[in-house]
Structures are given as structure tokens and as C-alpha cells.
Write a protein that binds this ligand. Structure first.
Ligand code: FE2
Length: 334
């Protein structure tokens, strides 16, 4: 028994209205008021997926990982055996999180992790904050998180902690143009990833939308605000997602994407990837000019070698076209 998915994320902010404008107007989340200084943002039938506390800070205050009642007991036992201190959440805290029960503790990077089971379902259907078709969540969870880690030692400690105590499995990893490790807990290619960086902090939270056009229209909305887009439209080599990144009001990025692949957990074998993070696009304005140039060189190499991956679509989300190009038909035949 282990973690099943990323259930919720708590973020710190200066102003709730900033998050309403960004979260609802750009991402398409639904605002639910919790108190004078906090709101919940829905992305599906759950009561809350993102919890925003206007305490004047920024970054993430807690990560909520979902399991079963038996899974929670198992993780508590493993924490005890490893000598990691944890606490049981009070009834009041469980009510605040809209879950049956939770335990909480810190990972080696001092992130507050909450392991819970029994998330409440809302009585009313999800109503997106803008006209879009919704988010791909369910058993895959709310999306993924990627974390900056400032030392090799901490990277190793986090890997050991997440794999041995929480049951995460390594999907793949690479070391060029930077070092990164991707881990899964369900068929989503990664629910958690670490990147070796010069600081230790949250890098981004990823949300996946149902429709390709939901993502593109979000990109148009983001482009309308100077400085909002952090990473241009592009496609990842790891999970094949087409996405862009924008700065959220809590000082980190949100990756907004469509078409991530699902992996077969029973047959997947972790391996090193040499292609870097992106097949094309994803110009990272926040990187140094040297790092941007290195990433661009890698991508132009992909253009030269013709790196292509099939688009990942869901039933009902596509029309299969006739092949109309004799040249392409011949190329497909062999
Ligand atoms: Fe990502």
C-alpha cells in the first residue's frame, strides 16, 4: 500500500483576488470561499484541489498525497521504522481539508506532506472559471509537481525518502542540460520530479486539461498579460505533454498542458534519457542566457534528427483522418 495520487496543494499568497483572476480567469479553476483569508479552487468533483491562504507569503505550504486508510496506516508504520516524526491531523484539520483522516510530517527538504484518505466529493458539479472543458484528474490526481533541489546530497535523501517510505517509483532521469529525476505513483508519467538547481524550492505545479484548445486558449489569455508567460509553448520528451508555463501569484510556475501519456506501471523500466526536457519549444525565459542557448542547441538537434512522438489522445477527443499524402503514406509503409 502506498501513495495513489497527488490530491491537493496548499499555497501562500498576498492577495486572494490575484489568485481569483489567475486561477479562474486563466486556468479555469472554480473559486469556493473558505474564510476571509482563504479560498479553495476546484478542478473537478472534489471539494478542493488548490487551497490559497492569503498570509502574505509565497510558495507552497503543504502537499496532500492521497492513499487509502490501510495505505495511511502502512505509511505511518514505515515513518516510525525510519524514525521520522509524524502527527495525526485533528478532526478540525481533516474538516478543513475535506478528508476523512490525515497524518503530516516533513520530507528531507522540509516540505510539509499530508497523507490523507477519504476526500469529500462536492454536492454540486464542477463549474470552470472560464469556458473550458475541465481537467484530467481522477485516479491520475491533480497533476504533478516539480521541485528545485540545491544539492546532490539532498537529491539523494529525497529520492530515498519518496521511494522507500512513500512508495514512489522512478520513471526516468537525465543529466543534460540539467539533472532531473521523475517519479510516478500511478499511470501519470510523473506525479513528482526533482531538478538539481542552485536553490531548494517549488519549481512548478502541472495541470492537464481535456481539450487541446483549452490549453491554447489559456495560452492566448496568458500572452495578453506582460510577464505572465514563463516558458513558451512546447512539447516535453518525458510525458509527451504539449504545454506552456505561467507565473502564478504565489511566485512559482504553473504548467498548463494537454495530451500527457499514461505509462504501464507493470512493465515500465526506468532509464536515463538523453534528449533533454523538450522536443521543441519551451523557451525558458528564467534561465541564464548560456543555459537557454544550450537548451536551444539540444532542440535544434531534435529538429535535425526528426524527433517525433505520437500525439496522445483520449477516446472522443479526436477524428482520425484519411492519409492524403502519397509521400507520407509511403514513408509509413516503410
Ligand atoms: Fe512539468
Amino acid at each position: 500500500m502506498a501513495i495513489e495520487s497527488l490530491g491537493y496543494v496548499g499555497v501562500r499568497a498576498k492577495d486572494l483576488d490575484d489568485w481569483t483572476k489567475y486561477g479562474c480567469g486563466l486556468l479555469g479553476l472554480q473559486r469556493v470561499d473558505k474564510s476571509r483569508s482563504s479560498i479553495a479552487l476546484r478542478m473537478d468533483d472534489r471539494r478542493q484541489r488548490l487551497i490559497v491562504d492569503a498570509d502574505g507569503g509565497e510558495g507552497v505550504s503543504f502537499f496532500g498525497w492521497e492513499t487509502t486508510a490501510a495505505g495511511m496506516a502502512d505509511i505511518a508504520a514505515r515513518l516510525e521504522r525510519a524514525g521520522v516524526k509524524y502527527e495525526r491531523g485533528s478532526r478540525a484539520l481533516a474538516d478543513q481539508r475535506h478528508v476523512a483522516e490525515l497524518i503530516f510530517f516533513e520530507d528531507p527538504a522540509h516540505n510539509r506532506l499530508e497523507i490523507f484518505h477519504g476526500a469529500e466529493i462536492a454536492s454540486d458539479p464542477f463549474k470552470p472559471g472560464r469556458n473550458m472543458s475541465g481537467f484530467r484528474t481522477g485516479p491520475l490526481g491533480l497533476g504533478h509537481i516539480l521541485y528545485n533541489v540545491a544539492s546532490d546530497e539532498l537529491c539523494t535523501a529525497l529520492m530515498t525518502f519518496y521511494r522507500e517510505i512513500l512508495g514512489f517509483r522512478l520513471t526516468d532521469y537525465y543529466s543534460n542540460p540539467f539533472t532531473a529525476f521523475f517519479m510516478h505513483v500511478n499511470p501519470r508519467h510523473h506525479s513528482m520530479a526533482f531538478v538539481r538547481s542552485d536553490k531548494t524550492c517549488i519549481h512548478h505545479v502541472m495541470m492537464e486539461v481535456y481539450s487541446f484548445d483549452d490549453m491554447g486558449q489559456g495560452y492566448d489569455i496568458a500572452l495578453g498579460e506582460p510577464g505572465r508567460v514563463a516558458t513558451t509553448l512546447g512539447r516535453h520528451t518525458s510525458d509527451y505533454i504539449t504545454s506552456f508555463y505561467s507565473w502564478c501569484p504565489s511566485g512559482f510556475m504553473v504548467e498548463y498542458g494537454w495530451g500527457a501519456r499514461s505509462i504501464d506501471m507493470d512493465t515500465w523500466v526506468a532509464a536515463e534519457r538523453s534528449e533533454g526536457p523538450s522536443m521543441w519549444g519551451h523557451d525558458r525565459s528564467w534561465l541564464s542566457p548560456e543555459a537557454q542557448a544550450a537548451a536551444r542547441k539540444l532542440r535544434l538537434g531534435h529538429a535535425e534528427s526528426g524527433l517525433r512522438r505520437p500525439v496522445q489522445v483520449m477516446e472522443g477527443n479526436y477524428h482520425l483522418m484519411e492519409g492524403v499524402c502519397p509521400w507520407l503514406d509511403n514513408a509509413r509503409k516503410g
